[in-house]
Design a protein around this ligand. Structure first.
Ligand code: F6R
Length: 358
């Protein structure tokens, strides 16, 4: 039921603050005391390998980055369809992430790994093939997602995955409960941050998109914890608007992609306060690129600006999981461009919600 919403994608974007709140109600306390992790019954691990495709892979990047930041645990990111190229080290826990739980590439990847590695599934479907195959399952609690492009399931995967990693770090003694409580308090700011991002983006995006509608391709830039969000923004834009979009670490710009930037080339920058980003933005502007910054005060979409809590301005994100709220303007940007170009945002051409062939 769409209610007042023009399409499922709009509805599912808007549901994100409520999805995050309900996840935190379920897991916050159990993340802090370690019981969320202990309840899964998995052995301890020294290394984590995330296995997924598409948007779930981007969520995996965020979760792995958070785990490295919080617990110093080494991580591998495995593109599921390339899993046969990968050798997992001893003590590796495999985290398989799939909204549908039916993605053939993910299921085949698990067949290729040695049985010694325990598998934790993070899925929106507890009755899926992946859930049955895994040694333990985390429900991402996003509710049904109808739009083919993943939106609220991405956000839900990140929040559940990060909470589980915090819990694992407490259970293994790598962090204390005080540190865990501080991290969970920071996670608890997310519903408000995500909620705050939407109206600012709704106000600015139509005009910004009108300026770049005719462009044939888009560059997305991020650094550090912002990079996975830039990748997710580029993926959403290409699947919905059928325009080329590529995400790059901003520091790589001068090693090649800057040659693409010409008068009016749209460059979307996920700016979460990394100090070197300003120089990258200046490089693009100097070549006439049309920069759309998503981030702090003074940005085109200051999704995170406007208020300050406890000394942390909403413009800068220092969280180990990066600027999760930036995904809202990125989703809205892709949707608006697709609509202005006359595309069906709920059913992009050539794509399926669940990809059950390799
Ligand atoms: C992008 C999108 C796809 C899926 C990918 C994996 O919006 O929806 O990239 O994320 O096909 O699907 P799941 O998560 O079901 O394994």
């Amino acid at each position: 039921d769409l209610g007042d919403h023009p399409d499922h994608m709009a509805k599912e974007i808007e549901e994100q603050p409520a999805v995050v709140s309900s996840i935190l109600e379920r897991v916050a306390r159990r993340a802090v005391d370690g019981s969320m992790w202990i309840g899964l019954g998995l052995p301890g691990f020294h290394r984590l390998a995330v296995v997924a495709c598409g948007t779930s892979l981007n969520a995996g990047h965020v979760i792995a980055t958070a785990l490295r930041g919080i617990g110093g645990v080494p991580t591998d990111i495995v593109v599921a369809s390339e899993a046969d190229q990968v050798v997992l080290g001893p003590g590796t826990l495999v985290v398989a992430i799939s909204q549908s739980g039916e993605t053939a590439d993910v299921l085949r990847a698990l067949d290729r790994f040695d049985d010694r590695h325990p598998v934790l599934a993070l899925t929106n479907n507890l009755h899926s093939s992946l859930a049955r195959r895994a040694d333990a399952v985390l429900d991402c609690h996003a509710g049904p997602e109808v739009g083919v492009a993943a939106t609220k399931t991405f956000t839900a995967q990140v929040v559940v995955g990060v909470a589980a990693m915090i819990s694992a770090m407490v259970a293994s003694g790598r962090i204390g409960t005080a540190r865990a409580a501080a991290l969970v308090a920071e996670l608890s700011e997310l519903p408000a941050r995500v909620e705050h991002a939407a109206p600012v983006a709704a106000d600015r995006i139509p005009l910004l998109v009108a300026n770049v509608r005719k462009a044939s391709g888009f560059l997305f830039l991020g650094r550090g914890q912002g990079l996975a969000y830039a990748a997710e923004g580029a993926l959403k834009l290409k699947e919905l608007s059928y325009r080329w979009a590529e995400a790059y670490p901003a520091g790589e710009l001068k090693h090649g992609p800057l040659a693409l930037v010409d008068e009016g080339t749209p460059v979307v920058v996920v700016d979460h306060g990394e100090h070197r980003m300003q120089a990258n933005i200046a490089e693009v502007r100097a070549r006439g690129g049309f920069v759309i910054t998503i981030g702090g005060e003074g940005s085109d979409i200051p999704a995170l600006a406007g208020r300050a809590t406890g000394g942390l301005t909403w413009g800068a994100s220092t969280a180990p999981w990066g600027p999760l709220e930036a995904v809202v303007p990125l989703q809205m940007l892709a949707r608006e461009l697709a609509l202005q170009l006359g595309c069906d945002v709920d059913k992009p051409r050539n794509l399926a919600k669940s990809v059950t062939v390799e």
